[in-house]
Design a protein around this ligand. Structure first.
Ligand SMILES: Cc1ncc(COP(=O)(O)O)c(C=O)c1O
Length: 417
């Protein structure tokens, strides 16, 4: 496949991808011949579902009655006061947390799984496979499979199985078969490799629920569409609370699904400043010590799409590192790569230590224990908020709760449990 230049159709930040699945130079579908008919089938099925009001009505019903949406938009008063006390300019943004950690299963991942399981059923598939890193996507997939009585197999890296053990137990309880992956570093990239391999060999009955806004077209756009409920709700809730839309949005970036879900409905609102926070690990200058593919990577092809990657001069994928299993991915969804190059979104790293400090801060000031992933977003908010004026309305996506991370956090902080 040849690379395209930005399409004339992309005259709005919200118009992509183009007909071949490209966001400017990023995206596409770089897959094995055997997968191509399936991917085209999936695209047709998704286009038909999108045009069917019954499909959106079913999603809306499940979002409300099963997942518990809308999630609250919560004014974090003590965090706001804390940042104002730290401001050298007498400012300090007004902090709102979009509480997607309150969803059924504990994160934003359920938003995508509801959409994709309904699509799988429409396509007559009987077996579901998925990859997972932090286990939140695996739990969400196992949950919807239990609800609809579908066979479910989850690929998870051996390293992640160890550090996210509460989610491993939940998946097994829900009836999923867990396939440990020991290749590479035993993390998310390796799990996704194995899931793609499974899909190629079981093309007829199997549907692959990818958990982030990455992979071959149509996944990045489809996952984004299912996650955009976060941004649509935020818009409505902020207008109801403050009479206007937010000024600043901040979200963490693994593959990029919670972030694009919050950002997408605001991309054409020029007044809104948008920040994506990647995993800075031990530090962005440390080789193999972080997972900040946009801050520290270059464009290449992985998992069916062209995007920013951590890779060496020969194009070999490097092992990322993050204390957070959900951000420990050496790539990123292609729409983010395009938003980076176009300058619409600013991408910054936050280190493991900064994320741990932010987790402690949120826990002590708000009584909310965030997952390690959104703690990276909060780590950047601690730097940004004091520099903004008091009337700046800042929304951070609190996309997961911290239960799964208790062992990792306790170990890092020297707490004996
Ligand atoms: C709570 C939570 N937040 C964020 C992420 C990162 O994924 P994404 O960038 O697709 O939102 C994960 C991934 O597992 C997660 O569990």
């Amino acid at each position: 496949m040849t690379l395209t230049t930005p399409s004339a159709k992309l005259n709005s930040y919200r118009a992509g991808p183009d007909d071949r699945g490209f966001f400017g130079l990023y995206g596409g579908r770089f897959v094995a011949e055997t997968l191509m008919p399936l991917i085209l089938d999936l695209e047709r099925a998704y286009e038909a579902a999108k045009a069917d009001p019954g499909f959106s009505a079913e999603i809306a019903f499940l979002n409300t009655h099963y997942a518990g949406r809308p999630s609250p938009l919560y004014h974090a008063e003590r965090l706001t006061d804390h940042f104002r006390a730290q401001s050298k300019t007498g400012g300090g943004a007004k902090i709102y947390l979009k509480r997607d950690e309150l969803n059924h299963t504990g994160s934003h991942k359920i938003n995508n799984c509801i959409g994709q399981i309904l699509l799988a059923r429409r396509m007559g598939k009987t077996r579901i496979i998925a990859e997972t890193g932090a286990g939140q996507h695996g739990v969400a997939v196992a949950t919807v499979c239990a609800k609809y009585g579908m066979g479910c197999e989850i690929y998870m890296g051996a390293t992640d199985i160890e550090r996210q053990s509460p989610n491993v137990a939940r998946m097994m309880l829900l009836g999923a078969k867990l396939n440990p992956v020991t290749s590479g570093a035993g993390t998310l990239k390796d799990a996704m490799n194995e899931a793609l391999r499974d899909w190629v060999t079981n093309v007829h009955d199997t549907y692959y629920i990818i958990g982030t806004a990455a992979g071959p077209h149509p996944y990045p756009a489809m996952v984004r569409d299912f996650q955009s409920v976060i941004g649509r709700e935020t818009r409505e809730q902020m207008v109801a609370l403050e009479g206007r839309i937010p000024d600043t949005l901040v979200a963490c970036i693994g593959g990029g699904s919670n972030a694009i879900g919050l950002f997408h409905p605001f991309l054409d609102d020029k007044s809104v400043a948008i920040y994506g926070v990647e995993a800075g690990g031990h530090g962005i200058d440390i080789h193999n010590g972080h997972a900040a593919s946009m801050t520290g990577g270059t464009p290449g092809v992985l998992h069916g799409n062209r995007t920013y990657l951590l890779q060496d001069a020969d194009g070999q994928i490097e092992e990322g590192h993050s204390i957070s299993a959900g951000l420990d991915y050496p790539g990123v969804g292609p729409e983010h790569s395009w938003l980076k190059d176009s300058g619409r979104v600013t991408y910054v790293p936050a280190t493991d230590t900064e994320a741990l400090d932010a987790l402690k801060l949120c826990t002590r000031l708000e009584g909310i224990i965030p997952a390690l992933e959104p703690s990276h977003a909060l780590a950047y908010v601690t730097k940004l908020a004091p520099t903004l004026p008091c009337d700046n309305l800042l929304v951070m996506n609190l996309c997961g709760r911290g239960d799964k991370d208790l062992f990792t956090v306790a170990k890092a902080l020297g707490i004996k449990i």
